[in-house]
Design a protein. Sequence first.
Length: 316
Amino acid sequence: MRIEQWLPKGLGRLRDAGDRRIVERWARWQPLRRQHRQPEHRPTSPGQACGIPQEIRAVVRLLEWLPEQGSSLAACTQNHINVYLATGPAGRLRIRPFLHRTSRRQHTRALTAPSYTSSLAVGIVAADTRWYLVHRLVHEPDLAVRDRAAGLLLLLFARSPSWICALTRDDVLDDGATLSLCLGTHPVEIPQPFDGMLREPVHHPVSKAQRLESGPSRWLLPGARAGRPMEPVSLSRRLKALGIRPRPTRNASLMDLPAGLPVVVFSRLLGFTQATAANWTIDSGGDDGRYAAHRIRRATANTEGTAIPVPPQHDG
């Protein structure tokens, strides 16, 4: 709904009314329709909510760029598209779905662009940078405790901002001596001094809306609205202010964690499916990944709709 309300403003930068109609029809028929058809049990993720406006903005920027080159959407050639993509960031590749539609509808000539995919090779921070950030969060007490706790969850356990914001007080198991956190199917014991950082938001929650709530918030990181958690976008902004870029640092964690763990342990520890755990293990160079991936593919091909069997463990 917020995207649909934003759409007229996003398209208002286009001076040509015909271009605005073409972009609006594409936006409503493809990216927005794709979200409308998403199953109810799979709510829109923060990444999807941000990705659709970015896709539309990429198209708007193309249509703003063409008149500067003495061209228009109808007169655009593949050479224009190639120059546009070669002289800007990778996000410009998001115009591909729009070009395919305008080509089919004959609004333009037959135009195309490479698929937009994130590159793991460039979307990852160095290991020493990651451990520097961990050291900083552990040893700088002047930083806000909730920011330190959220940053360590991302750096040490590869938790995304949306996952961290969804944590509740019930996910923290504390018997006074040992603190555990429900990351996957089995609670994970949190070592010192990280356990103290997680106890702080449990016992002393910080929220602008706290005075409007009748009791303690159920959320580990309460948001500015009563009864709601912190928004993932807000948490990402706070982490970036500390020098922690969520996606590259999470990728670094996902490359490091499975390298020393069997796929089954990695899957159960962090709550990933075995297929996802196997893929990350392969990318990290682990030995267990290819075997687990083979077992998963074979089980899926032989028994459609049944649970994936757990690969057996081997000594050593």
